[in-house]
Design a protein around this ligand. Structure first.
Ligand code: NAD
Length: 255
């Protein structure tokens, strides 16, 4: 259905689906934040071309908290910390305000959907802007904790602090997991933005939505695991650029 139409024609079709939808879920991955300056994990310029992914394995971190924190600080706090929402985050927030998106299920940990103004955001992999004590489970804003001396420790009990995002080998938080499964059963449109669909179990959610009858719109400059299998309308391009075009059709006046 998607290949023979131009991007503009597919945008019109996507806008029509979105306007007719009774409940739309946006499902986002690292690609939506690339235009904010945050590289994805995989592919060209991806973080795994520079860093070793075992740094984010929970057992590795627990065995080497200083080394682990040195890399985590460099990637997620010195660098990610300064990113601002881009057009794609802003358009999604406006879509929610106008009743065109019911919720966002994100694999991202960068907090940019909330900073753009989105309210119903479910973070499948947690959030880097919070730290959690592994002993007493006390939570802190990352901005309140100095990373001058690593590893950071809990002010209350002295336990090791860890970023409150999901490391490899950890389980998905229950709230976002349940919200994602619920979305897959109640949505008649899923809009997938900027994900390879390679991270288990998050990658299963769009497949589940499709099997429950949802139409799938996908935005990505490259094909993903979803494109040839479940995507109904493929909007090939960068998230910010495509969402800006979509917003011109969806909103009057344009955002
Ligand atoms: P990924 O790194 O596996 O894939 C990124 C995807 O984004 C690719 O399909 C790529 O083609 C696409 N992409 C690249 N530039 C884009 C653009 N401008 N617009 C739209 N799409 C673009 O990312 P993933 O599938 O989300 O899974 C990796 C894991 O990475 C997630 O669990 C997430 O927690 C973590 N992660 C998050 C961030 C973040 O919070 N911003 C950054 C890196 C990794």
């Amino acid at each position: 259905m998607t290949g023979v139409f131009s991007l503009d024609e597919n945008i019109m079709k996507a806008a029509d689906l979105l306007k007719r939808s009774t409940f739309t879920t946006a499902y986002t991955g690292a690609g939506i934040s690339v235009e904010s300056g945050i590289p994805p994990f995989r592919g060209e310029g991806g973080l795994w071309t520079k860093y070793d992914p075992t740094m984010l394995d929970i057992d590795h971190f627990l065995g080497n908290p200083v080394k682990g924190w040195e890399i985590i600080k460099e990637i997620f706090y010195d660098f990610f910390g300064k990113a601002k929402p881009n057009k794609a985050h802003l358009v999604l927030a406006e879509m929610e305000k106008q009743g065109l998106v019911g919720r966002i299920i994100t694999q991202n940990i960068d907090n940019l959907h909330q900073e753009a103004g989105s309210i119903h955001v479910y973070e499948f992999h947690g959030n880097s802007k919070k730290l959690v004590c592994l002993e007493c489970r006390m939570h802190y804003k990352a901005s309140e904790i100095s990373l001058d001396h690593l590893p950071p420790t809990c002010r209350q009990c002295g336990g090791l602090l860890k970023p409150d995002f999901v490391f490899f080998g950890e389980t998905i938080p229950e709230g976002p997991l349940l919200a994602a499964y619920e979305s897959a059963s109640i949505s008649d449109v899923f809009i997938i933005i900027g994900t390879t669909g390679e991270v288990v179990p998050a990658n299963q959610i769009p497949f589940l939505a499709k099997s429950n009858g949802a139409k799938i719109i996908e935005i990505n400059p490259a094909e993903s695991n979803y494109t040839g299998q479940i995507t109904d309308i493929f909007l090939k391009g960068k998230a910010g650029e495509v969402m800006e075009k979509l917003s011109k059709v969806l909103f009057t006046p344009a955002l």
